[in-house]
Design a protein around this ligand. Structure first.
Ligand code: SF4
Length: 699
């Protein structure tokens, strides 16, 4: 019998679909449509419909566990025992090796309140610079490019529904139809209006099936396509000179660089023929020439590369040359991946940031945030290493110094999701103390010295910021199981035991109000947002500064850049992106490109979705073209071994004609493929090259 319905949001991807959570029986929950929430209008994908099942899972952790030194096994412990033990060992390690002996690793799925508290906890209670999070592996290249070109990083600088009203949508490296199906309705409505959809992907995905034009480049060559498109637009006189003069800087250098990217050169680099490239440039040029709108959206396929930032800059250059950013239903955006990928990078769990998207090496930013926290600005540590570099240094000791000896992990399953995962797992095993807070015994939790059982989404309240920059409220629908605490309780409990100079609240609304004050005046200003406003307005778009009492509240900012960009001179910057291709190219030993991605029925490392019985858990597979299968003697459904310079895995072949013959694809939700992926890093974003490396296949 239905007892109560709570309006909240999905625990998974960045669309953060609105949903209702219904209580069933004594402890169960299930999800239902929340038709009135405009972003998804009641639609959910199968992950959203089944999200409540984890609540009743036998695999749910409900007691802290501590590894027994004598037996090496995890045993049940009381909360006080577990937290006392962690605090004592952290204090001892810091006394012996310095404050940076302790690291903190967060996640892009944590609420804004948790991400904020985690950053504050690291800097104030632990005094460590060693904090970063798995969002570094999600959209950091787009964030880096957005900051460079526009002076700000908000995934979509416009509401998602603007997609329906553009005239040409170019999706670069996004499989929207499978990764966030409710968003695909915007593509269908756009086409019903007569608009065109272009998809660029090494695989003919479900999204590509909806496209009017489909380009299938070699993985890691999206930048060459962008350079070629810009070359052709300029050659046919289709760039918007008036817009470029009025609203941008740096076009001359970009124009000179693109002049060398004639179609034949692009074809050699990308495998996309000149006619296809010309057809795309003609579509974009004709549309813009007739006053129409063009929107370019990138996602992980374009961004998870050692050249991810340059690739995004290349596509931003195309959008700017056409005069689009700042026009309604046009411009450039990034489709963020994780549930709070956007908010998670704004409030301080990133190695170089303080709340409000302030930089930690900016003296004014340090002074402001320290003032809100009630500590001395000089006591705050400086910038730490990026996520992969942090993990790579765990437990090491060399001439350059010691890496961290202990790490606390919140909301991340590193063993499955890190690149070159075998190496990273060895680094985790080298730690003196690994603490993991999770809802289930993930592959990473199974390695830990202490495992802390924490609440899941329906059992707690907190805000997230969806892919549009809309701050929304996840409401608590049910009480957590006995024995389970929130991450906020863990942080506060440890801070007190570590002798933090300031207390840490465990009340999400109180923390959000403090987060607002800490963000005030920053790029991601949340100071005018409250839980009450979010509830009344179906979310509030940042920036939304507070105003003096008695004045009309700031309305929030659904659309950015109409009048100016967030750069010091208000102009967008054209920047020259140097094309170098993938860090690892196929050769005689490793002759094919390996790329990775997601499937419809699973989410990220699968720690949650692999435990939901209603979702398909088919395990990893190796997708390959029939020509490649014939050449190596592989058969559909039969096992093959994939090997790279970093490791190997075995999985059944899936033979399909929709992938390039020189490329194989393996989904990353299961342990395996990230043992093979390349840890080459983007120089600006420090994004690893998840999306392409050289591989061999053995039958
Ligand atoms: Fe919506 Fe994403 Fe949840 Fe699916 S996983 S219901 S698309 S938020």
């Amino acid at each position: 019998m239905t007892q109560q319905a709570t309006e909240t949001h999905c625990p998974y991807c960045s669309l953060q679909c609105g949903m209702k959570v219904l209580r069933r029986g004594r402890t169960g929950i299930e999800t239902a449509a929340w038709e009135e929430f405009g972003v998804n209008e009641g639609a959910l994908c199968r992950k959203g419909w089944t999200a409540g099942e984890l609540r009743g899972s036998r695999e749910r952790l409900t007691t802290p566990m501590v590894r027994d030194r004598a037996t090496g096994e995890l045993r049940a412990a009381e909360w006080d025992e577990a937290l006392d033990l962690i605090a004592a060992r952290l204090r001892a390690l810091q006394a012996d090796h310095g404050d940076d002996a302790v690291a903190v690793f967060g996640g892009g799925g944590l609420t804004n309140e948790k991400a904020y508290q985690l950053g504050k906890f690291a800097r104030v209670a632990l005094r460590t610079s060693q904090i970063d999070y798995n969002g570094r592996w999600c959209m950091s290249s787009a964030a880096s490019a957005g900051n460079q070109a526009f002076g700000i990083d908000r995934g979509l600088p416009f509401p998602l529904a603007d997609v329906e009203r553009t005239d040409v949508l170019v999706l670069v490296g996004s499989n929207l139809a499978e990764t966030m199906p409710p968003a695909a309705r915007h593509l269908d409505r756009l086409r019903e209006r007569g608009g065109k959809v272009v998809v660029i992907d090494p695989r003919r995905t479900a999204t590509a099936e909806r496209a009017d034009q489909f380009l299938q480049p070699v993985p890691g060559t999206d930048l060459a396509l962008a350079l070629g498109v810009l070359h052709l637009l300029d050659a046919r006189g289709a760039v918007d000179e008036a817009y470029i003069t009025a609203r941008t800087t740096g076009f001359d250098a970009v124009r000179r660089d693109a002049a060398a990217w004639w179609p034949e050169r692009v074809e050699r680099a990308s495998g996309v023929g000149g006619e296809e490239l010309r057809a795309l440039a003609d579509l974009l040029g004709d549309t813009a020439g007739q006053g129409g709108r063009v929107m370019v959206l990138t996602a992980r396929g374009a961004e998870q590369h050692a050249q991810g930032t340059a690739t995004v800059l290349g596509w931003i250059n195309v959008a700017l040359a056409l005069g689009m950013p700042g026009r309604e239903s046009a411009g450039y955006g990034c489709l963020t991946g994780q549930g709070n990928g956007q908010g998670g990078r704004e409030h301080g769990q990133k190695a170089d940031q303080l709340p409000g998207y302030r930089m930690i090496d900016d003296p004014a930013a340090r002074a402001h945030v320290a003032g809100v926290w009630g500590v001395d600005a000089d006591s705050l540590p400086g910038k730490g290493p990026s996520a992969y570099e942090l993990l790579d240094a765990l437990g090491t000791s060399d001439a350059d110094g010691d890496g961290p000896k202990a790490m606390l992990v919140f909301g991340s399953n590193i063993v499955v999701s890190a690149p070159r995962a075998t190496h990273v797992t060895a680094r985790l095993e080298a730690l003196d103390l690994l603490v993991v807070a999770d809802i289930v015994m993930s592959e990473t939790a199974a390695l830990a010295d202490v495992v802390l059982p924490i609440t899941q989404w329906a059992e707690e309240s907190g805000t997230t910021t969806n892919l549009e920059g809309r701050v929304i409220l996840r409401r608590q629908a049910v009480a957590p199981p006995s024995g389970v605490c929130s991450d906020l309780d863990v942080i506060a409990g440890l801070a007190a035991r570590l002798g933090s100079p300031i207390p840490f609240s465990t009340d999400p609304e109180e923390i959000f109000a403090e987060l607002g004050r800490a963000s005030a005046g920053g790029k991601a200003d949340y100071s005018g947002i409250s839980y009450q406003r979010i509830a009344a307005e179906q979310g509030v778009f940042w920036p939304c500064p507070a105003v003096p009492d008695g004045e009309t509240p700031h309305p929030g900012t659904p659309r950015m850049f109409a009048d100016s960009f967030a750069t010091p001179d208000g102009r967008a910057r054209f920047l020259v992106p140097e094309f170098a291709g993938a860090a690892e190219q196929p050769d005689a030993d490793y002759p094919v490109h390996l790329t990775t991605g997601r499937v419809l029925g699973q989410y990220q490392s699968g720690a949650q979705t692999r435990r939901i019985r209603s979702l398909p858990d088919e395990g990893a597979f190796v997708e390959m073209h029939p020509m490649l299968a014939d050449r190596i003697g592989a058969h559909d459904g039969e096992p093959v071994v994939v090997r790279t310079r970093r490791g190997e895995m075995k999985a059944p072949a899936r033979v399909v004609a929709t992938i390039r013959p020189d490329t194989i694809f393996v989904p990353f939700h299961w342990v395996g493929v990230n043992r093979l992926t390349n840890d080459a890093l983007d120089p600006a974003s420090r994004m690893p090259e998840f999306k392409v490396c050289a591989a061999e296949i053995l039958v």
